[in-house]
Each structure stands twice: as C-alpha cells, then as structure tokens.
Design a protein around this ligand. Structure first.
Ligand SMILES: [Ca+2]
Ligand SMILES: [Ca+2]
Length: 167
C-alpha cells in the first residue's frame, strides 16, 4: 500500500470535496426556488390588486362628477343615499373603504376578502392638479384609489375627472 500511487479513481478527500460542493449547489438551488415562489406570490397580489383598482375605475367612470339631483349641495353621499347601491355621483365615494372589495357592478367580491379598496375624492385646481381645493371648490376632481392586501398597500392610482358645469 505504502507509496503506491492511484492513477485512476478519486481519493477520499476528492469525493468529500465533491459531496460538499454538490451540497452547496443543491442548497442554493432550493434557496433560489423559494425566492422565486415568493416573487410569484407577490406578482399574484399585484395583479389582483390592479384588477380591484380597475373595478373602481370602471364603476366611477360612468358616474357624474356631482349629484344629478342635488348638484353641489352635498359633498359625499346625499342624505337619502344610505348604501352603496344609492351612490350615483363621484363624491359619494369620498372616504369609502370596501373590504371585502367590490366589483364595477357594486357586487361584493368575497373571494378577495383579504383585499381592501380605499377611495378618496378631492377637488383640485383647474390649473394645477396637485393643488387640492375645498370640497366642490372647482369643477376638477381627483379620484385616488388605493388597494391593500391584509392592510399592506399594493397599488395606488389617481386620475382627474371634470364637470363642465361651473360649481
Ligand atoms: Ca349622490
Ligand atoms: Ca354626492
């Protein structure tokens, strides 16, 4: 045995090093895979939240900026509008929080109960949309919708609507 050289095959140390290297490679593959799963879950949350934001957009796009009956007398739901079904103008939705969220047809989406839609309606300056005015203080309105997943903000968007009737 002594002094004998192994020309072929692997020594014990070489095999040991190979095992350690394979172990490291497998461990990093598993780590990469789990971070991919996490990213994928975040992607699902994002696309669901975007879908729910779109529902509010579709619902409010068809609504007049101010109430068709009382005009600018009330900012928010008019006195006789006690439920979502009665909401018929944009400012009725100011401060509205939907959890479970709602569809563009005002249906409750129980399947997405972990998500929340939050709506803010503000009048803004006709020359500077960043400048918030008093309620009904202009004929431009900024609609802001935020969607949360388990109270974690996921997406937010805002857009401008205008009423061409002078307030
Ligand atoms: Ca109304
Ligand atoms: Ca109203």
């Amino acid at each position: 045995m002594q002094g004998r050289k192994y020309e072929g095959g692997f020594s014990f140390i070489e095999v040991l090093i190979a095992i350690v290297l394979i172990g490291i490679a497998v461990a990093s593959l598993i780590a990469a895979n789990s971070s991919f799963t996490r990213a994928n879950a975040a992607g699902t949350e994002l696309s669901t939240a975007e879908f729910l934001l779109e529902q509010i957009k579709e619902l409010t796009f068809v609504l007049p900026v101010v109430d068709p009956n009382s005009g600018i007398a009330t900012f928010g739901p008019e006195a006789d509008e006690t439920t979502l079904a009665d909401y018929d103008d944009l400012d009725d939705f100011d401060g509205a929080v939907f959890s479970p969220p709602i569809s563009s047809y005002k249906a409750t989406l129980n399947g997405f109960a972990a998500y929340t839609q939050e709506v803010t309606i503000e009048n803004v300056s006709p020359t500077d949309f960043e400048q918030v005015m008093a309620d009904h203080g202009s004929n431009f309105v900024r609609v802001t919708v935020k969607v949360f997943y388990s109270s974690k903000p996921i997406v937010s968007a805002d857009w401008i609507r205008a009423s061409y009737v002078e307030p």
